[in-house]
Design a protein around this ligand. Structure first.
Ligand code: 13P
Length: 262
């Protein structure tokens, strides 16, 4: 079955509002040369504060071509959770995706599998789409526990979700040792792990869910790596950090994806 690829830019904790607006305009100006059918699903994930800035730049033409994601959320709708932002608020700001379980959040902010599962449920209940991140450390890879570690992250994240909810979700496989290092995971190996993840989805849900869910690769994706990555059978897109911060490189990744996979 053919799955529409997702090219998502995770801007992390970068860009002041004016820079975020310029980057958005650089992507929108490029995307507007094409129809929605020609493009992959383009997603950008600015900081919470830059989401309204970016949304204020939208015109009718680019609205359907670029979706916005937040980089995190809380699982409750409202309440005494100082510093947090709810799914309802994220939706209200114009987002349709939420990235959850990024390794930086797991590592620096002690996000657990259980929290990620609560977030996934809240996102889906709110009508948005979670991009659930998973990935192994270099130590885990070298000690041969990559597959079991990733499988357990995925089982925990998807616990209690319905077949339909899983089918519309996205997963991003991001080996931690490949993030921000310039050293992308070999495309054949990334495809193998992603196929393994698809099998786990089938086992916890169904073939239908496994065939529908989009599973992205992330970790030092660049214009020079994307064609090989997108030509693999199970890789349905990319979650991009560094190379998403410049319109030129992000647009080149979109353009190369269109040639290989849309
Ligand atoms: P880089 O593309 O900078 O390696 O970052 C990947 C990432 O963490 C995206 O979420």
């Amino acid at each position: 079955m053919s799955r529409k690829p997702i090219i998502a830019g995770n801007w992390k904790m970068n860009l002041l509002q004016e820079d975020a607006k310029s980057l958005f305009m650089g992507i929108a100006t490029f995307a507007e040369n094409f129809s929605k059918d020609q493009l992959p699903e383009i997603v950008i994930a600015p900081t919470f504060l830059s989401i309204p800035a970016v949304e204020s730049m939208r015109c009718d033409k680019c609205r359907p071509l670029i979706a916005t994601a937040s980089q995190n959320c809380h699982w409750e709708n409202s309440g005494a959770y100082t510093g947090e932002v709810s799914v309802e608020m994220i939706k209200d700001a114009g987002c349709s995706y939420v990235i959850i379980g990024h390794s930086e959040r797991r590592q620096y902010f002690s996000e657990t599998d259980e929290m990620i599962n609560k977030k996934a449920k809240a996102i889906l209940a709110g009508g948005l789409i979670p991009i659930i991140c998973c990935g192994e450390t270099l130590e885990q890879r070298e000690s041969g526990v990559t597959d079991e570690h990733i499988a357990s992250q995925i089982r925990a994240a998807l616990k209690g979700l319905s077949e339909d909810e899983i089918a519309k979700s996205a997963i991003a496989y991001e080996p931690i040792w490949a993030i921000g290092t310039g050293k992308s995971c070999d495309a054949t190996e990334a495809n193998r792990v992603i196929a393994m993840i698809r099998n786990v989805v089938k086992e916890v849900s169904s073939s239908k869910a496994a065939d529908s869910i989009r599973i992205l690769y992330g970790g030092s994706v660049k214009p020079s790596t994307i064609e090989e990555q997108m030509s693999k059978s199970d890789i349905d897109g990319a979650l991009i950090g560094g190379a998403s911060l410049k319109a030129d490189s992000f647009n080149e990744i979109i353009e190369k994806t269109m040639k290989v996979a849309v």
